[in-house]
Ligand binder design. Structure first.
Ligand SMILES: Cc1ncc(COP(=O)(O)O)c(C=O)c1O
Length: 345
């Protein structure tokens, strides 16, 4: 029986075309030492990414977490305060690195479906007074993982960024799944980040590249980010091996994200009427299952699904997360929904 892995879109295997791109670049002698800027494939990826994202410059980094941290550290000073949504990746899932490595003080606030309202931001910006840490940045996560792959719209980004900039704050977008938001809204990704100072996008999630993220912003930001990346041990040598699949990811894999969104919707429609299942209609590729008054626990549900070769993260908070991805097809949706119906009866 096929293994269905719904734990994350990070489990996606590289495509044949990605592996061929590595071999072709190797045969063409295009790899070099990227720490000294000599890997042609990395340079090509960075130029392409900057163009797609509508920013002056871009930089390849090892991971989404590293990209977020570099973006924060390159634009703030130790002791500064960073406003984050209280269920955001930067706050919850980066091992506290903004504080422990960067000396930054996270100020978590409640959002609405992952979006920090501009008035909320305004209300938590510290006064310009020596008693307070300086509030110097706000982070937007788009799509928002914990809010169920929620999409933040360009007008929302604009409004929040305007409030931030009016108060001298920088704006960083954790766009690990920015292309999912763009595909859901049917707009170019750059429309979602016109007003932000820096953005991080993951090549290694639904876009299926094996490794890597991109950060983008002004030339000055990227110049500073080079040093910060080095400090974090992220200077890589023949990094074209990572960049070659990254180029395929940006060129060939963005449009297919809509398949994941359609599959998420199809699964939702099949299971939404199961009594006591708390589930919201997905906008993109992430679904959270809440179980109310059911005799089965989240952990038990994931164990039972695992017996049927269906893997989910049970007990993600108090919910089970399901992430649709390229390795899951329409037939699998049928199998997942039948298994859930049976187990949640
Ligand atoms: C919203 C969000 N931001 C950042 C990251 C970090 O990416 P990485 O796992 O590559 O460090 C993730 C990873 O799951 C994520 O979901």
């Amino acid at each position: 029986m096929k293994n269905i892995d719904l734990r994350s879109d990070t489990i996606t295997q590289p495509t044949d075309e990605m592996i061929e791109a590595i071999v072709n670049a190797h045969n063409a002698g295009r790899f070099g030492d990227d720490v000294i800027g000599e890997d042609e494939v990395v340079n090509e990826l960075q130029e392409k990414a900057a163009k797609i994202l509508g920013k002056e410059a871009a930089l390849l980094v090892t991971s989404g977490t590293q990209g977020n941290l570099i973006s924060l550290f390159a634009q703030t000073r130790r002791g500064d305060e960073i406003v984050v949504e209280d269920r955001s990746h930067t706050f919850m899932f980066e091992a506290g690195a903004m504080a422990s490595i960067g000396g930054l003080y996270p100020k978590p606030v409640k959002g609405e479906r992952g979006y920090i309202l501009p008035e909320t931001l305004k209300s938590v910006i510290s006064p310009d007074d020596a008693h307070y840490a300086k509030t110097s940045m706000v982070v937007i996560e788009n799509t928002h993982n914990y809010a169920g792959g929620a999409v933040i719209r360009p007008e929302q980004v604009k409004a929040l960024a305007a409030m931030a900039h009016d108060h001298g704050l920088k704006v960083h977008c954790d766009g690990a799944r920015l292309f999912n938001a763009a595909i859901a809204l049917d707009i170019p990704a750059k429309k979602l980040i016109e007003d932000v100072d820096s953005v991080q996008i993951c090549l290694s999630k639904g876009l299926s590249a094996p490794v890597g993220s991109i950060i983008a912003g002004t030339k000055e930001f990227i110049y500073e980010s080079h040093r910060t990346r080095k400090k974090l041990g992220g200077g890589m040598r023949q990094a074209g091996i990572i960049a070659a699949p990254g180029i395929v990811a940006l060129e060939k894999m963005v449009d297919r994200l809509k398949d994941d969104h359609e599959n998420a919707k199809m699964l939702y429609n099949k299971i939404k009427d199961i009594p006591n299942l708390v589930i919201e209609e997905p906008e993109t590729n992430i679904l959270f299952l809440g179980l109310q008054n059911l005799s089965i626990s989240q952990m038990k549900l994931s164990e039972e699904l695992a017996k049927e070769n269906i893997k989910v993260y049970g007990g993600y908070g108090v919910r089970t997360r399901i992430v649709l991805n390229r390795m899951v097809d329409r037939d699998d949706i049928e199998r997942i929904s039948l298994a859930l119906e049976r187990l949640l009866k």
